[in-house]
Design a binder for this molecule. Structure first.
Ligand code: ZN
Length: 325
């Protein structure tokens, strides 16, 4: 699963093996898997905008609607029994990017309440959420905790999977194609109202380029070019990651998704690039604070002869911020 960027195919789920034991994790025709040998449900599929309206209910626990028909027959029997057996389930989040469909497994999750009056079960997306005092009436503290866990367990992995799928599992900056090492970066941080988790506000980046982008040590201009900030551009004698992984990538074009509608939004790149140019702190929880670039001190970077004696252009040559007063 890690090697696929978190989300798996339907075939992966149908042909899943634990050692030599085959376990079909999804039903061929239904969005719920109730194997004969199990007393309660094994997996539930959650599709945004589905007629079953399985969704996070505001700031409550995750709500999963009963199947159609009588509440004491068919798949509803084992689904409701999950609240009694307390056995873990797999929540499969349906993800579609272009024509590609993947499933993001969230595991283990637990049915913590059966709510026949509203034809639904309530689901704890994390072990710790099983401890809430009353799943139907959360306290304020519990509600805030649920929101945080829903973001960690559901929204962030979904965002990551969607962005990685759009970029074909490549780092947009260096083209590294190892999904295990790829993350989804926000262009506009999620603390801001317009920092939403959609593909045009995302970039598929390897861990090191993500960390550097979050700290405004590298920037990406609206013309999709990579800019290496002065702290990296001026550093020396730190080996191949610095030379090839940063300095060598100055001014290269991003590797973008095939589909234009998944390209990073120009206005968001522009807004974020200003943060990079002015050294404003990026409003993202993982960014500890921006490093203020000193643009007057930028000089052309000349690589050593052992690296091919390539001369790189100074960064920001087109930027007004680099012009001397
Ligand atoms: Zn990279």
């Amino acid at each position: 699963m890690d090697a696929r960027g978190g989300a798996v195919t339907r075939a992966d789920l149908l042909e899943f093996r634990a050692g030599t034991y085959a376990i079909q994790l999804v039903d061929r025709n239904r969005g719920i898997r109730n194997p004969q040998v199990l007393a309660s449900t094994l997996s539930i599929m959650s599709k945004p905008d589905s007629p079953y309206a399985d969704e996070e209910v505001g700031d409550s626990l995750f709500s999963y609607a009963y199947r159609e028909g009588p509440i004491d027959a068919g798949d509803n029997v084992k689904l409701r029994r999950s609240a009694l057996t307390k056995l873990p389930l797999i929540l499969l989040r349906w993800i579609k990017v272009g024509t590609e469909i993947r499933y993001l497994p969230v595991f283990p999750v637990y049915v913590v309440a059966d709510d026949p009056a509203n034809r639904r079960v309530l689901i704890a997306l994390d072990e710790s959420l099983r401890q809430v005092s009353d799943p139907q009436h959360l306290t304020e503290t519990e509600r805030r905790y649920v929101q945080r866990m829903t973001s960690q367990r559901l929204h962030q992995p979904q965002f990551r999977s969607r962005v990685l799928m759009a970029y074909g599992n490549r780092c947009a900056v260096c083209r590294l194609g190892r999904p295990q090492l790829l993350e989804a970066a926000h262009i506009i941080g999620d603390k801001k109202a317009h920092g939403i988790a959609d593909i045009p506000n995302g970039l598929s980046l390897c861990s090191i380029h993500h960390a550097a982008y979050d700290r405004n040590m590298i920037g990406i201009s609206p013309d999709y070019r990579v800019h290496i900030g002065p702290t990296l551009a001026e550093a020396d004698n730190e080996g191949p990651i610095l030379e090839f992984g940063f300095k060598g990538l100055n001014n290269v074009l991003l590797t973008l998704p095939d589909k234009k509608r998944f390209h990073p939004a120009g206005d968001r790149l522009a807004e974020r690039f200003q943060e990079f140019l002015t050294g404003t702190t990026h409003a993202h929880p993982t960014a500890p604070g921006a490093i203020k670039p000193d643009f007057q001190r930028i000089t052309p970077v000349t690589m050593g002869t052992d690296l091919g004696a390539t001369v790189f252009e100074p960064p920001f040559t087109d930027s007004p911020a680099t012009q001397s007063p």
